[in-house]
Design a binder for this molecule. Sequence first.
Ligand SMILES: NC(=O)CC[C@H](N)C(=O)O
Length: 396
Amino acid sequence: MSLLRISPSSASVKALLAERAASAPPVVPVAHRGGIGGGVFLAPPRKNAQPSTLAAAAARAGVPETRPSDGQDFPESGVCRAPPLAAPASVSVAGKPWKTADARLVLEDGSIWRAKSFGASGTQVGEVVFNTSLTGYQEILTDPSYAGQFVLMTNPHVGNTGVNHDDVDTRAITRRLREDGSLIGVLSTEESKTDEELLELSRKWKIVIAYDFGIKHNILRRLASCGCKITVVPSKWPASETLKMKPDGVLFGNGPGDPYAVQTVKELVGKVPIFGICMGHQLLGQALGGKTFKMKFGHHGGNHHVCNLQNGRVEISAQNHNYAVDPASLPAGVEVTHINLNDNSCAGLACRELNLMSLQYHLEASPSPRDLDPGNVPSFPSRNLCSTPHWASRRG
Ligand SMILES: NC(=O)CC[C@H](N)C(=O)O
């Protein structure tokens, strides 16, 4: 086991940490199983795992020098310090069959735990809970009852590999959770997201209602990773019921066949921010008074060039549709924001006055590794479903 200093990267985060920093032991943990699509382990950057750092950190935290094997510190006193193990003369990670990445776990109390991850990448929001089991992590990490949560194993000795130089102590976070109760956390490997942004994600949920016409799970996953709390409703869910739920935004997603449910969309337009994907885009087009038509052979492929008319950038998109919105039929005030460069058909529209936008392609489908990720298109924040100001306003 080893320790890691909490290293806030900005004054504002420092301020948030100030109340707790004095008593918070400078430790970092291992977190398992984000909702990112697999297990995530955090391990500390190796440079922070030096015995001298550990000793100094322990002294600052006022933690007595005891080893976990003493068995005196936990759980009675909620001890959270690992012993200053003598590091092996040389420890190499070169032979590991996985890639590691810098990761951060940001809790809603303002604490930031920097470490290394392996496995899935991305950003995920979830409730952090701890599990004290000594064995059986396979069953724990695959238990669907943990959906929406991060599981923090208090026992660092998980699996059959023994304790090694990269393993870390999770008990500091556990102590915090025991004192304050379960906390919402954000686990992220995305360097483009600042600490402040991650902290905001942990504190503010956006309530999204997603109509299910056959919605793709990855759309929901990507929204969840932006800090959205999503309720999926059936395709015939009345607009009046949606409005009663006071959402920050409504998503009309993909689905088979000719667009339907236009009446529901009409009843919501102008009352709540709306985002449409693929069939949702066609529905919005019709609800605004436009017309859709059946294309000769449709668009089905993973390499359709789309021009974003707002910034002139060309995006490579995944497409799957047989119908398209006729731009000439759209009323004034509705802007065509994207066109398919193969045939100049409408690939996106927006109406700022009515707080809506839509795309005729699958931005969640990752045609290239991160092609349509907002972090890669910083000049166009509306690429981000969540940061688009006219799509989903923030909820405090
Ligand atoms: N991917 C989709 O949502 C398909 C939309 C619609 N069914 C079409 O074929 O045009």
